[in-house]
Write a protein that binds this ligand. Sequence first.
Ligand SMILES: Cc1cc2nc3c(=O)[nH]c(=O)nc-3n(C[C@H](O)[C@H](O)[C@H](O)COP(=O)(O)O)c2cc1C
Length: 398
Amino acid sequence: MLEGKTVLLVITGGIAAYKSIELIRLLQTNNAIVVPVMTKSALQFIKPLSVAAIAGSKVYTELFDLTAEAEMGHIELSRSADIILVAPASASFLSKMAQGGCDDLASTLLLATDKPVFVAPSMNVRMWHHPATQRNLNAINDDGIITIGPNEGGMACGEFGLGRMSEPSEIVAFLNSYFKQGPLLGKRIIVTSGTTHEMIDPVRYIANRSSGEQGSAIASALADLGANVIFITGPSTAPIPANVELTKVRSGREMHKAVLAQLPADVAIFVAAVSDWCIDHVSEQKIKKNSNGPPVLKFNENPDILRDVGNLKDDRPSLVIGFAAETEDLYKNAETKFKKKGCDWIIANDVSATTGYMGGDENKICLISAKQTEDWPLMSKKSVAKKLAAKICTALEV
Ligand SMILES: Cc1cc2nc3c(=O)[nH]c(=O)nc-3n(C[C@H](O)[C@H](O)[C@H](O)COP(=O)(O)O)c2cc1C
């Protein structure tokens, strides 16, 4: 995890330098400390004042700077960080790194460091595919430098292809997974979250009041313990945890497909409030009011994700956990669900009027397994998530 880590961020002269501001913000949101270094060319693309203000740190630019050397010499600067991240990494800078060139502060730091170095290349598609660039990349990878991206997509120059810098969120997720540690390291865990939208016509849908807060909290707690979390979420108002592999879906059918595509996994936790039904025939155009009165909607059953995964012959996760939101007869309904779905645990939660239906920061749950029924006291959703993550560790004997 990036928490408490110092990142020496080297910004080189590429068009994606403008994304550095968002990258700094995201690194800080992940509790990292950012110390920026800019090449001369980078100064043509963004102002050091903006970088310094966002980073809350001096921006280092010059190798021959008496004041900077007196405060912190370039060797010390290269060693004081936990990692060095070059983003964006220009083709020219990659070439310099491959040669071991050190004629400015940024390249000298990279030659002097003993810390892990990551590069996020960013350049025109032809520059990326050029044999010289690929040769340089192979050379720096052989030196132990880790490459993040690039992505395929439209470019500032109007061309399309590989060479776009990875998004700041992807860079941060990559770094987070690099630094992951904890008892769940190496475990692949699927978590579904949020509601689903079952379309009626292009502008109307049926949904429920699930906020996605509990699913996000569970995904985050598991990732904090080192798990590789595959977070499959329907529409949600909750924040997406930073250190998970994200898949966004809309309908119950899409979620079903996305979950099956992510198997095998060690654990699957189905927190999402998936609609039991979808509309039989989704109108291609907005349904208009007319004199025949309101439309009559015909429903079909959505595929049952929990039952399908719980009953898999091959690739069944060793722990399959379902959520049961009930407005009445909590225990009876949850136990019936437990017996029908082939899962290992059901987490029943009371979403009756007395608890305010769905939403809110707290949850009162009851965990049902083949062995026992455990009532947990009313807790914050984050505490429920932490307690559940600890129980999963025990069940996996890690
Ligand atoms: C408008 C403009 C945009 C540029 N964008 C990129 C780019 O995205 N990637 C890249 O490798 N070079 C790009 N260049 C070229 C670099 O800025 C140039 O090679 C420079 O010497 C890199 O210096 P540095 O690696 O020391 O920062 C661009 C140049 C200009 C004028």
